[in-house]
Design a protein around this ligand. Structure first.
Ligand code: HEM
Length: 151
């Protein structure tokens, strides 16, 4: 039997083959893109707040937010296809729910309740933290000896 420390693919149950390898790279790229979109999203939230009801307002933030929900769906599919494990799939589904449903719910509730609006901003932090966790885990799993705690 293969020692997992000698083969990162054994640790992640990574199947051999170009397609599997390509899906794993796509999974990491999608997570990186999602995180970069998140950074822009924070900027666009500030842009909206300082627009003071004038152009461009929150329109760009809303648009990118919906696009992020789409990318979150892609990440779920890639987490499944890349066999990244049950935890990765579960966390990616949580990200999809928080980005696709949670953010719209908190934004809508925030219209009448500022405390709920505050949760929208906090939820954004949670979403990006979870995506960063997934990317870190995926990258460590692809590096020989990564995450083993050994020198
Ligand atoms: C990952 C981070 C974030 C994501 C994915 C996100 C996503 C979204 C989405 C999808 C909407 C539209 C909701 C709808 O109309 O159904 C929205 C609206 C909004 N977001 Fe965010 N958001 C994020 C972070 C933030 C932050 C950090 C703030 C403020 C500090 C913020 C403030 C707002 C506000 C005020 C609205 C309402 C805009 C309006 O009424 O047109 N968001 N966001």
């Amino acid at each position: 039997m293969t020692d997992p420390r000698e083969s990162p693919s054994a640790m992640t149950s990574e199947p051999a083959g170009g397609f599997a390898r390509g899906v794993q790279v796509a999974y990491r790229v999608a997570l990186l893109v999602f995180l970069l979109m998140g950074a822009v999203q924070i900027y666009l939230a500030g842009l909206g707040a300082f627009s003071k009801n004038e152009h461009p307002g929150f329109g760009p933030h809303r648009g990118l937010g919906f696009a992020m929900a789409g990318v979150a769906l892609v990440i779920v599919v890639l987490a499944l296809l890349s066999r990244s494990g049950g935890r990765a799939v579960g966390v990616s589904v949580v990200i999809l729910l928080l980005a696709g449903l949670g953010q719209s719910a908190f934004a809508a509730l925030g219209e009448n309740n500022a405390y709920m609006g505050g949760l929208h901003a906090f939820d954004g932090l949670v979403i990006l933290g979870l995506a960063g966790f997934l990317l870190g885990t995926a990258v460590r799993g692809s590096v020989p000896g990564g995450g083993s705690g050994r020198p």
